[in-house]
Design a protein around this ligand. Structure first.
Ligand code: 13P
Length: 336
């Protein structure tokens, strides 16, 4: 069978469909305690559980956030936290019409005998996924990375693709819509053609293993990097060029059944991430091509708040504007 009927099939389809309504994307706010901490410390806020909770409460209680956000990806700690008034974060999100999601991978580790990394977290995943579903999560994320300057080696690409596919199969069986994220890092001075070549290899492997594992494409979301030049490449690309390369890659590698293509921002500037997405949505394509940004949604929000609750309204207004701009870009209607 192409897909195996499971007890969560209808719910998975409903979740994936609702998360990919026109004009909607995903708010990635699943930074690990270490990453969230270094961003907080970057604006002078101490990295402790209460400050991480305060910052995340600001994000998810932004008025009307659900207009352009269909899902919010949380770190495990955040899935179990509550607002100051006692409302759980899960309920606060649901009240906004936003699906709570959970990062389920256990992070990157050095890949022996290479300078690259691999993503761990498959051991015990079925049990953890069942717990997260009970807690209210309805989708999940697994991020594996491929580095161009440090490789990529065959073993790294195979491990990335195989791990993503095993994870996606396990989580669909537990009622969580998997976000499959094979991130090709922006770091390096390689040109856009090199990125294209590597992406075409990584995406081909990823979809091969997804198919081998009977993952239902209608019930998963792909979270890729856009196909552009490395961050230090002297030859910069226009939004149209990035859109052209990325769409060519999508068309040659990604089944139209895939529920959504939710790009990561990967260190792009806030404006570029929106312009590139908008350029991709200038012509019709068979997918829901949208965003699942962390930094490109949060950077200015965090700087504005910087731990001061007097600035909360201002910071929330910035998040609302960033989600609206990217919602317009999803429709191809953003004007800078
Ligand atoms: P960025 O948009 O900051 O790249 O983060 C997206 C994400 O969730 C990476 O896993």
């Amino acid at each position: 069978p192409i897909t195996k009927a499971g007890k969560y099939d209808d719910e998975l389809l409903e979740t994936a469909t609702n998360m990919t309504k026109p004009g909607k994307g995903i708010l990635a706010m699943d930074e690990s305690n270490a990453t969230c901490g270094s961003r907080l410390e970057g604006v002078g806020v101490e990295n402790n559980e209460e400050n991480r909770r305060r910052y995340r409460e600001l994000l998810i209680t932004t008025p009307n956030l659900g207009e352009h956000i269909g899902g919010a990806i949380l770190f495990e700690e955040t899935l179990y936290q509550s607002c100051a008034d006692g409302t759980t974060f899960v309920d606060a999100l649901k009240a906004q019409g936003i699906y709570p999601g959970i990062k389920v991978d256990k992070g990157l580790k050095p890949l022996a005998n290479t300078n690259e990394s691999w993503c761990q977290g498959l051991d015990g995943l079925a049990d953890r996924a069942a717990e997260y579903y009970k807690q209210g999560a309805r989708f999940c994320k697994w991020r594996s990375v491929v580095s161009i300057p440090d490789g990529p080696s065959r073993v790294a690409v195979t491990d990335c693709a195989y791990g993503l596919a095993r994870y996606a199969a396990i989580c669909q069986n537990a009622g969580l819509v998997p976000i499959v994220e094979p991130e090709i890092l922006l770091d390096g001075d390689h040109d856009i053609d090199t990125t294209f070549e590597v992406a075409s290899w990584v995406w081909a492997e990823t979809f091969k293993y997804l198919a081998d594992n009977n993952v239902s494409f209608e019930r998963m979301l792909l979270k890729p990097s856009m196909v552009g030049p490395g961050a230090d490449c002297p030859k910069r690309s226009t939004p149209e060029e990035v859109a052209d390369y990325t769409l060519r890659m999508l068309k040659s590698r990604v089944p139209p059944a895939t529920a959504g293509i939710m790009f990561l921002s990967g260190g792009l500037s806030e404006l570029d991430s929106t312009l590139y997405l908008n350029a991709m949505n200038q012509s019709p394509n068979p997918w829901h091509v949208s965003f699942s940004y962390a930094r490109a949604l949060q950077n200015t929000v965090l700087k504005t708040w910087a731990g001061d609750d007097e600035k909360k309204d201002e910071a929330q207004a910035i998040l609302a504007r960033r989600t609206q701009e990217n919602g317009l870009a999803q429709l191809g209607k953003f004007v800078a």
